[in-house]
Write a protein that binds this ligand. Structure first.
Ligand code: ADP
Length: 884
């Protein structure tokens, strides 16, 4: 090109579609650049214009300087095709490819004055080509390295140009158009075609899994991927594809899907079964991983099935101690093939600390080995609380309570009263079968009854059942209980338990037995009793028991009276106050005694009055209530009659005695007056005869005097008797010394010539408060008797001893003595011992009677000890009121 006209050149350069830069050939100063050049150079106009070209393009100087100089010198253009160079564009170094020409511009002299650089950037094309080359290389490498089927197809997929089937699909070496029918499974053809259409339309990679007809004609699966090869215009030239054999993978996937489906179904089934329960259900594999959990457990954890399954206990949030515990238990289930049951308490995410009851059970495979461990956990907090409340409640009951569950009759709950009755501790019974706890009850009806209640739902109520326990020493403990068996239903309404409530009534039964026994004894005793006895039962006083003596007393045939109300059987006993008495005893329970009560009865057809001593006593039954009246009757008719006879005789005797008293009193009274006169005359005569010489007269008068005294004493005695009987005897008490009184009497009685020696052992002065004359007559009488009833050769001993309370005077003789029978009677009025020895001894039997009356009226006592033939001692005592 010859550019001579600067103006034209300028215009052409500026508007050229190719980068142009014009340099001065000598200075290499840039004189002109167009926009395209600025774009390719990545620099501004200002950075280039007027500058030596190596100034802005310093990075290119080493490679291009020589070429540029050559062009200037030789006038030969320099061509570079897609030259690779490092260019700094917009301040950034880039590797670019440029196709350019250094073209010399000559003037009219043919001299090179300028150089024009024509630049076309070909970086993009080069890169694309490079890329294609690389990918082609890779593709080829892939083809060789891959075991996959490689194919190429026409742009419209109609013709398969080449296919290396690799034994999977049929090879194609010649282009064929029926490849779809040959290779694609008819069922998937429609889908494949749709996908092809889509890939062609959007020029995108075809990628799908579909079924194929394999080389051997059997169906298989392939993963097919085809890449469109585009030309520079972006049109599809052809498709390259690979098809891998995924038949096996698909088979596994199918199997897996099936398995998943089955396990999913199983899980859904489990879920359906287990979701309705609030219980926590789960299955562990033997590596302690959860392989199933139900929704209740998931919601407790706040997890989903997918996040929980396959996880360990720790991973699902169990505390280490808790996880270890279950792992140990899983090992145990695995080792033993047996269930493990436990209770555990741990905090629930929202409900706080809860109590759980759990059972881990073995899951066996077909070989009978444990292949998994299933678990069920129940929140028993409420139940525990309820149980605790229930336990508290049943402990408060006065009855013995036990809850028994299931066919094994396991004791679920029991109160202290029941434990006491069984003589067991809670640890010995709770959770154990009833018959294991009490094997001694096996042959008693309880286990059978418990099962019957669970089977039928019936209530069993038994009163006073004997229950026999064996004591540790082998002896039998007999008890009695009232008990009720009440069926307990579970939530399904099935009777699975029994509530047993019992009251031990052993004491009551034994007491009643004792009463029954004693009643039986009573009957036996009554029938054998030596007195008439009967039992009159109930308010009607029915004769239920009567012994022979009683029947005889009633004087009626036994068959007429038995089992009839007593006043019906003995109507003749009515109207004598007995009905009222009997009623009162029955109603009040107070015993009634009667002594010699006359009862009119018709005995053996004749009216008779019988005298009875009887007792009506209420008798009580086992409960303590009055059941009737026991009547004990002693027929005292004979005694009463005998006593009446005696009393009559006594009365007659008394009357006789009274008559005698009256006569003696009157006679004594009458005798006393002349005797007093006689006494006075003798006294006077005695006084006058004192100086008289005639000893006979003196002696006779002395004797007369003595006899008159005796008579006076006698008459005084009689008078005293009659005074006593008429209550006219007077005791005139004064203080005197009894020792002195005794001395006086002893002295006086000793005066009588020829009389026995009277020895008085003198005691200390003893002051008594008494009637001196009357006590004197007692002493005198006792000494006189001693003299009278003992031989003249013996001695009389008088003694007196005093204590703080009394003085005792004794008179001892060695005379004829008194027989025991008589001894009891000698103090009776007019009593005299009738014996040969006493017959000739004068007396009236009133001395001792009077003495005893006098002593008694002084508050003293009189008594005697005697032995016939040896002598007697008479004592009398008088009370003393001594202060010191
Ligand atoms: P009496 O002596 O006048 O018969 P008592 O009343 O003094 O009457 O005595 C009653 C009876 O007691 C006497 O008849 C006599 O049989 C008996 N008796 C009394 N004193 C003695 C005595 N010291 N020794 C033996 N018998 C006596």
């Amino acid at each position: 090109m010859q550019l001579t006209d600067d103006q034209d050149l300028r215009y052409m350069v500026l508007h050229a579609p190719i980068g142009i830069c014009l340099l001065d050939s000598k200075t290499l100063v840039i004189e002109l650049v167009n926009d395209k050049f600025l774009e390719v150079a990545g620099r501004s106009k200002e950075a280039l214009l007027g500058k030596n070209c190596w100034n802005p393009f310093a990075e290119l100087r080493t490679t291009l300087e020589q070429e540029l100089i050559k062009v200037a010198e030789t006038g030969e253009p320099f061509y570079a095709d897609e030259a690779e160079m490092k260019l700094i564009r917009h301040g950034k170094e880039e590797v670019v490819f440029m196709t350019f020409v250094y073209n010399p511009v000559k003037n009219s002299d043919g001299k090179v004055t300028k150089i024009a650089a024509w630049v076309l950037e070909s970086t993009k094309q080069v890169r694309e080509r490079q890329l294609v080359t690389t990918s082609e290389k890779r593709f080829r490498a892939l083809v060789t390295a891959s075991s996959d089927v490689i194919y190429s197809l026409s742009a419209d997929w109609k013709v398969m140009q080449e296919l290396d089937g690799r034994g999977f699909l049929k090879d194609t070496y010649e282009p064929i158009s029926y490849w779809r029918e040959r290779n694609v499974h008819p069922d998937d053809l429609k889908m494949v075609n749709l996908r092809i259409k889509d890939a062609i339309r959007y020029k995108k990679i075809f990628e799908m899994e579909h079924r194929v007809i394999r080389a051997d004609g059997s169906p298989g699966w392939t993963f097919s991927r085809a890449v469109p090869i585009l030309d520079s215009q972006g049109e599809i030239v052809e498709w390259f594809g690979t098809a891998s054999d995924i038949t096996e993978r698909k088979r596994i996937e199918d199997a897996l899907r099936n398995a998943k489906e089955v396990s999913g179904q199983q899980q859904r089934l489990y879920e359906a079964i287990t979701s309705g329960t609030p219980d926590l259900m789960y299955v562990f594999d033997l590596n302690y991983r959860f392989i199933y959990v139900n929704s209740a457990l998931l919601s407790m954890w706040g997890k989903t099935y997918e996040t929980a399954i396959g996880k360990s206990l720790l991973e699902n949030g169990y505390e280490p101690w808790h996880a270890e515990m279950h792992e140990r238990e899983i090992d145990q289930v695995k080792a033993t093939g047996l269930q493990v049951r436990g209770e555990v308490s741990f905090p629930h995410s929202t409900l706080g600390r809860r109590m759980y009851d759990y059972i881990l059970s073995p899951v066996f495979n077909e070989q009978g080995q444990v292949e998994a461990v299933s678990g069920i956990t129940r929140d028993i907090t409420e139940q525990k609380n309820n149980e605790q409340r229930l336990q508290l409640l049943i402990n408060m009951l006065p009855a013995a309570v036990v809850v028994i569950r299931g066919p094994e009759l396991v004791v679920e709950m029991i109160n202290q009263a029941n434990l006491d009755y069984w003589k067991k501790s809670a640890a010995e019974v709770v959770g154990k079968p009833f018959l294991e706890i009490l094997p001694d009850l096996a042959d008693q009806p309880f286990a059978g009854q418990l099962r019957h209640v669970m089977a039928t739902g019936e209530v069993i109520d038994v009163k006073e059942s004997p229950v026999l326990f064996e004591n540790p020493d082998g002896s039998i403990r007999e008890t009695f209980v009232d008990y009720t068996y009440q069926p307990l239903a579970d939530i399904n309404g099935d009777y699975t338990g029994v509530l047993v409530m019992s009251f031990e009534i052993t004491d009551r039964v034994l007491a009643r037995r004792q009463v029954e026994q004693s009643e039986e004894n009573l009957r036996a005793m009554i029938s054998q009793a030596p007195v008439a006895m009967c039992i009159l039962s109930g308010a009607d006083h029915v004769i239920t028991v009567a012994n022979q003596l009683m029947v005889e007393l009633w004087g009626k045939p036994q068959s007429d009276v038995m089992n009839r109300p007593v006043f019906d059987a003995l109507p003749d006993a009515r109207g004598q106050g007995l009905e009222e008495v009997m009623k009162a005893v029955y109603e009040t329970g107070e015993t009634f005694y009667a002594n010699e009560l006359p009862v009119s009865l018709i005995r053996h057809g004749r009216p008779e009055v019988v005298y009875q001593n009887f007792v009506y006593q209420a008798y009580r039954d086992a409960t303590g209530a009055i059941g009737g009246v026991i009547a004990i009757t002693v027929d005292v008719t004979e005694q009463v009659q005998a006593r009446k006879t005696i009393e009559k005789t006594q009365q007659q005797l008394e009357a006789e005695l009274a008559k005698k008293d009256g006569f003696i009193g009157m006679a004594s009274h009458e005798l006393k007056t002349p005797l007093t006169s006689l006494n006075a005359i003798i006294q006077v005569a005695n006084a006058k005869l004192k100086q008289h010489q005639d000893p006979f007269l003196v002696g006779a008068m002395g004797k007369a005097n003595q006899q008159v005294r005796r008579m006076m004493n006698m008459i005084n005695g009689f008078l005293n008797i009659s005074r006593l009987e008429s209550g006219k005897i007077h005791i005139e008490k004064r203080d005197f010394d009894i020792r002195e009184l005794i001395s006086e009497i002893v002295e006086e009685l000793s005066l009588t010539p020829g009389t026995q020696e009277i020895r008085f052992t003198r005691c200390d002065t003893i002051e008594v408060h008494a009637d001196r004359d009357k006590i004197g007559s007692v002493v005198s009488n006792l000494i006189s008797n001693a003299l009278k009833y003992s031989p003249k050769t013996t001695k009389i001993k008088v003694d007196c001893t005093a204590s703080q309370q009394e003085v005792v005077i004794s008179i001892k003789d060695s005379g004829i003595g008194i027989a025991p029978d008589d001894l009891a009677k000698i103090f009776d009025r007019y009593y005299r011992v009738e014996a040969d020895q006493t017959r000739h001894i004068a007396g009236f039997g009133i001395g001792l009677y009077l003495s005893s009356e006098i002593v008694q009226r002084h508050g003293g006592k009189i008594w005697a000890k005697s032995e016939p033939g040896k002598g007697s001692i008479f004592y009398f005592s008088l009370p003393l009121n001594r202060t010191s």
